[in-house]
Design a protein around this ligand. Structure first.
Ligand SMILES: [Zn+2]
Length: 78
């Protein structure tokens, strides 16, 4: 009887360690994914040609975004 209890205890401990390791691995994976993802780039649309460009590469004029100086200036000439 004592041997069976010991066996059950060993299984419980083994299962606990396995579960704990999985949780640790999952946490590490999530952390790595979050770090590599960085901040997602916001895409904006050029008011003139409707092309989508990252916001950090776009030119802003009032409330509108443009892909280049030409389109920004052209839109202002209208
Ligand atoms: Zn454009």
């Amino acid at each position: 009887m004592g041997l069976i209890k010991l066996l059950v205890l060993a299984v419980v401990v083994f299962a606990g360690i396995t579960l704990w390791r999985r949780l640790q691995a999952g946490r590490n994976r999530q952390g790595g994914a979050a770090a590599s993802r960085n901040t997602p780039e916001t895409m904006v649309r050029c008011r003139r040609c409707q092309v989508h460009i990252p916001q950090n590469k776009a030119l802003r004029s009032n409330q509108d975004w443009y892909c280049c100086d030409e389109h920004r200036d052209a839109d202002h000439d209208d």
